[in-house]
Design a protein around this ligand. Structure first.
Ligand code: ADP
Ligand code: MG
Length: 630
C-alpha cells in the first residue's frame, strides 16, 4: 500500500503561516506533541474502562528522546494509535473553517499560543522545528495494520505500510538546521519541566543517576553506588487534582515547595474546586508578602487539564489576586485566543468573580474562627486585603468586615470596632469623626504623645499602600476624616471649637509673626501665630494633610497625581502665642536677639520633625554650642 495525497487546507500552504506566526515560540511544539501523546494514552485508558478495549493496557508512558547524531527527536506513546484512515482524517484535513479569515485575523499577532490549539494546529507545530516529520502508528483496533506517514513540510504527504508492532504512536522529527538547539538534552529537559511537570501520564526522558546503598565496607560503614533510573519528568497526580479531605497541611506545604523550590512557607491556602457553571480546580497560596511592593517572582500558574499554559494570568485572575501563588487548572478558560477576547469572555468573568468570592470567604473564615492568628498574620495579608478593597468593589463589600487597623499600642480593630473605640471623643465641631494616624511612630512621637495626652487614639499606617487605602476609606466611611497626626496642631486636627485666649495683644501677635518671617526667610514655610496651651510646643512645623497625601501617593506611583509633576514642599509653622518663649522673644532688647531666638526655636521644631539637614543642621549645632558657652 502506498498513497500520496494533498493535505486539504483552504490556504495554499499552512506551513509558511505556522513558521511565520509562531516564530517566537518554537519550543511549544514539544508541549503540543507530548499533550497529543498524553491524550492518546488517556483515550485508550478510557476505552478500556468502557470495555471497548479488552487488551492489556501495559505501561502507559510517553517517552521523549533525542538522537543528536541522526538529528531527530521522537515522542512515543502506547496510546490508542491511528489507522491509515484516521491519519487521513485527523492529520491531513486541517479543515478548520475559514482559513483565510484566520490568516487575516492573525496577520499581526505575534503570539503563537493564541493560534495553536484553537485551530487544531497542535500537531503541525512540529514543522516549526522539523523539515521532515514521520508518524509510525498502530491502532488498538482489532486487525489494524501499522501505518506510516511522512511529510516534508509541503502540502504533499505519503502514507505507507508501517512497521510498528505495538499499539501506539511514535512521532519522529527530523530537526531543521535552525532548530538544532532542540537537540540539546538540557533544552528538552527544561521545556518538559516547564510544560509537562504535572501531566497525568508519565513522561520519560532518558535516564538519570541515583545513589543507592550498596552493603557495608569492612568497617561497617554504608557503601553507596550509582545506578541509572528512568528520568520521569512529571508528578502525574498533582495536589490540586486530589480531594481536599484527603490532604494534610503538610501535603499543601510540600506541594508549594514543588511549585516554587526554595521559597518561604506560605501563610495559608485555598483549595478551589468547581464544576458548574465552569470547571476549575486549583490551589491558591497566600505568601508572606511583607510590606513592600516587591516584584513577585513566584506567579500563579495556569493549566488546562494539567498541561501548563502560562504564568501570565493577568486577565483570568483579578489584579490584586496576582499577589497570590499557586495553580489554577481549567479547561474552560479559552487559553488559545487573544487577550481582548479573554477580557470579554463570559467564563473568564465568572472565574474571576468566583476566585474573588472564595478568597474573601477564606479570609472571613480565618478572621471569625481564628482571630488571634489572623491578627498575627495581618502584617503579611494586610497589603493584599487593602489592595483588594481598593481595586474590587465586590471584595470591598466582604473585606470591610475583616480588614484591620492597628494603633500605636499594636491593638487591632475592625472598622466597626474602631468607630466604637473612638466614639464621641474624636469628633470635631462639625460632627466629623476624625481618625488620626502616624506613618512613622518613632519620628512622629511628639505629635503622637500630644494626641494621646488628649485621650485620642492614633493608628499606624506605615505601608506603601496605606496612602491609597486612606483615600479610599475616606470615600467609603461616612462623615469621617483621616488625618496624619503631625499634619497640624492636635487642637486643629480635631477642632472642637474650644476658643483659647491669647495672652499677647494683636499687635504683639503681628510683630511676632514678622520676627519669625524674617528669621526663617523661606517661602516654603507659612507662619501663623496661634493661641495654644502654654504647655504645647513653642513652635511646630507641619505639612498639611492634603499636601502630604499627594506626595505619598506620588511616591508609590498612583492616584493619578503624577501629571502634576513633582509637588513642591510646603509647610505650616505654628508659633504658640501662649508659650513663655513668645514673651521672651517679644521682650528681647535687640532685633538681632529676637530673630536669633526665633530661628533657634524654628530649627528645634524642624529637628523634631527630622527636617533639619546639611548646612542648616551644622549651623544649628554651632549656634547651640555657642549658646551653651555664653
Ligand atoms: P488536537 O490535539 O487539538 O485535536 P492536533 O493537531 O494536536 O489537534 O492533533 C490532531 C489529531 O491527531 C488529534 O485530535 C488526534 O486525533 C490525532 N493525533 C495526534 N497525535 C496523536 C497520537 N500521538 N496518537 C493518536 N492520535 C493522535
Ligand atoms: Mg493536540
Amino acid at each position: 500500500m502506498q498513497e500520496k495525497g494533498t493535505i486539504s487546507i483552504h490556504t495554499e500552504n499552512i506551513f509558511p503561516i505556522i513558521k511565520k506566526f509562531l516564530y517566537s515560540d518554537h519550543e511549544i511544539f514539544l508541549r503540543e506533541l507530548v499533550s497529543n501523546a498524553v491524550d492518546a494514552s488517556q483515550k485508550i485508558k478510557r476505552l478500556a474502562a468502557l470495555g471497548e478495549y479488552t487488551g492489556d493496557l501495559g505501561q502507559l508512558q510517553v517517552e521523549v528522546s533525542v538522537n543528536k547524531k541522526k538529528k531527530t527527536i521522537t515522542i512515543s506513546d502506547s496510546g490508542l494509535g491511528m489507522t491509515a484512515e484516521e491519519i487521513k482524517k485527523y492529520i491531513n484535513q486541517i479543515a478548520f473553517s475559514g482559513a483565510s479569515e484566520f490568516v487575516e485575523k492573525f496577520k499581526d499577532a505575534g503570539d503563537a499560543k493564541e493560534i495553536i490549539g484553537k485551530f487544531g494546529l497542535g500537531f503541525y507545530s512540529a514543522f516549526m522545528v522539523a523539515d521532515n516529520v514521520e508518524i509510525d502508528t498502530l491502532s488498538y483496533q482489532e486487525g489494524a495494520e501499522p501505518a506510516k506517514w511522512i511529510c516534508d513540510g509541503s502540502t504533499e504527504f505519503e502514507i505507507t505500510e508501517g512497521k510498528r508492532k505495538t499499539r501506539g504512536t511514535t512521532i519522529t522529527l527530523h530537526v531543521n538546521k535552525d532548530s538544532e538547539e532542540f537537540l540539546e538534552e538540557s533544552r528538552i529537559q527544561n521545556i518538559l519541566t516547564k510544560y509537562a511537570k504535572f501531566l497525568p501520564i508519565e513522561v520519560k526522558f532518558g535516564e538519570k543517576d541515583k545513589s543507592v546503598e550498596d552493603g557495608e565496607d569492612k568497617d561497617g560503614k554504608k557503601k553507596w553506588k550509582t545506578v541509572k533510573e528512568d528520568n520521569i519528568i512529571n508528578n502525574t497526580t498533582p495536589l490540586w487534582t486530589k480531594a481536599p479531605a484527603d490532604l494534610t497541611d503538610e501535603d499543601y506545604l510540600k506541594f508549594y515547595k514543588e511549585l516554587y523550590p526554595f521559597s518561604e512557607d506560605p501563610l495559608f491556602w485555598i483549595h478551589l474546586n468547581v464544576d458548574y457553571p465552569f470547571e476549575l480546580t486549583g490551589i491558591l497560596y497566600f505568601p508572606k508578602i511583607k510590606n513592600d511592593f516587591e516584584i513577585q517572582k513566584n506567579k500563579i500558574q495556569l493549566y488546562s487539564r494539567q498541561v501548563f499554559i502560562t504564568d501570565e494570568v493577568k486577565d483570568v485572575v483579578p489584579e490584586f489576586l496576582m499577589l497570590l501563588h499557586g495553580v489554577i487548572d481549567s479547561p474552560d478558560i479559552p487559553l488559545n485566543v487573544s487577550r481582548s477576547y479573554l477580557q470579554s469572555d463570559g467564563n473568564v468573568k465568572k472565574i474571576n468573580a468566583y476566585i474573588t468570592k472564595k478568597v474573601g470567604e477564606k479570609l472571613g473564615d480565618l478572621f471569625k474562627k481564628e482571630r488571634e492568628s489572623y491578627e498575627k498574620k495581618w502584617d503579611d495579608i494586610g497589603l493584599f486585603v487593602k489592595y483588594g478593597m481598593i481595586s474590587e468593589e465586590k471584595f470591598y463589600d466582604k473585606a470591610k468586615d475583616f480588614v484591620l487597623v492597628k494603633n500605636t499600642e499594636k491593638k487591632c480593630f475592625t472598622l466597626k470596632e474602631y468607630e466604637t473605640h473612638i466614639e464621641s471623643n474624636q469628633v470635631d465641631k462639625d460632627k466629623n469623626k476624625i481618625w488620626l494616624y502616624a506613618t512613622n511612630p518613632a519620628k512622629q512621637d511628639a505629635f503622637i504623645s500630644s494626641a494621646i495626652d488628649k485621650g485620642y487614639d492614633v493608628l499606624v499606617f506605615d505601608t506603601p499602600i496605606d496612602s491609597h487605602f486612606i483615600n479610599h476609606m475616606e470615600m467609603k466611611l461616612e462623615n469621617t476624616q483621616i488625618k496624619r497626626v503631625d499634619a497640624d496642631n492636635i487642637d486643629k486636627l480635631i477642632d472642637k471649637d474650644e476658643k483659647r485666649e491669647m495672652v499677647i495683644t494683636d499687635e504683639q501677635k503681628e510683630s511676632l509673626k514678622g520676627i519669625f518671617d524674617t528669621a526663617i526667610a523661606n517661602k516654603t514655610y507659612t507662619v501663623a501665630v496661634e493661641a495654644l496651651a502654654p504647655s504645647d510646643a513653642p513652635v511646630s512645623v507641619t505639612m498639611p494633610e492634603f499636601m502630604r497625601r499627594m506626595k505619598d501617593m506620588q511616591a508609590t506611583g498612583g492616584g493619578g497625581f503624577n501629571m502634576f509633576g513633582s509637588m513642591p514642599d510646603s509647610y505650616n509653622v505654628t508659633v504658640n502665642g501662649n508659650h513663655k518663649l513668645a514673651d521672651k522673644i517679644l521682650n528681647a532688647s535687640e532685633t538681632e536677639a529676637k530673630e536669633g531666638l526665633a530661628k533657634q526655636a524654628f530649627d528645634l521644631a524642624l529637628l523634631s520633625q527630622g527636617l533639619l539637614e546639611g548646612k542648616a543642621l551644622t549651623d544649628f549645632i554651632k549656634r547651640s554650642t555657642a549658646i551653651l558657652g555664653e
